[in-house]
Design a protein around this ligand. Sequence first.
Ligand SMILES: [Fe+2]
Length: 367
Amino acid sequence: MSEPTFKMLDGRAAAPFPITPWQPLLVPREEIEREICRLSEMPLPEDGRRATLIVHPSCTDGSMGFAPGIDVTISVLNPGEETRALMRNSNQIEFCIRGSGSVRVGAEEQQLSKWGTLTIPSMQAYSHKNTGDEVWVRLTYSNAPLLRKLAVHWINYADSVVERNIETSSTGLDHSYNRNNAPDRQISDSGARLRGYEFLTDIEVVRNRPLVWPWEAVADMLTMKDGDAKRNIILLYNPATERRNGTTHSFFATVFSHPVGKPVRKVGRGHKHSSVAINYHFTGHGRSIVDGVEIPWRAGDLLLSGPSWSEHAHYYDDEATFVLTIQDHPLHIGMESLIWQERMDGPILNLGSEAGQTGYVGPRMAG
Ligand SMILES: [Fe+2]
């Protein structure tokens, strides 16, 4: 008999052990600009995709992440160029940093221009076309690294796919067998149930459409002047994510504004959470302190600003500053793993499963 290929490991390997986050990582504006130029000037690839992944040095398993579960891609299209349609089971958030164009997702066509944000839901064919007269540049965030770790990142060209009809399931089967007539029996006072297999395969659909948040609409809710009673941080909410308050099913996107004249925050302790935060600073300058390390940043810099469970705080200089933050917060809510510590001497809360963190005054400003 051949030797078994599996291993038997000491179960104490799963004993309490400190979390080791990836190091924070700054990608300076100059490096991003250099890559945009290189992409724009290289010969057009066969599928039209001029794209570069920014990979963290700690990502050594081939999953190509900027954070363990999030990849960041610089995507460039020259005027008039378009990409071949793709379909993938990862979801995406796109943030336009220069130029404009149209994004076709299924049967829908969306326009995306500077500082606008767009979502591409999973398993819908999508393609991009630069309809402007300058280079179109987007930062794209996706959950592909997590799917690669799970060995299920499905990605294919989809030239012939126009629209998926979410009302029609697979054909050739008797549709009278569905979850509505499957057994569903409660077997304990505390809630345990037994259900038919149909519940696993015929899942209630929540429609997820591609959405756009144009910069003008986002900016309208953000504070632009100290004391104007507007918000300093706003969530780009996709109703398909329901109580998980995401922009996609994996990530939320927020935009933060620090107006000129707002008193500079005193240096103090930060907070920490299991979700990872990636900041893109599109105006202004300031610094972040992550696990005691100070990282200065300015407009155009991308920063892994809140690696998982690292204490972080951000400080803004006296200049108008906007920051896009992407976090894998909804993913963690779905997994019941979103732990959050607002004060280093306070409790660790499991957000979504127990009473959450209240008392945030900052986001309200005066309203
Ligand atoms: Fe944070």
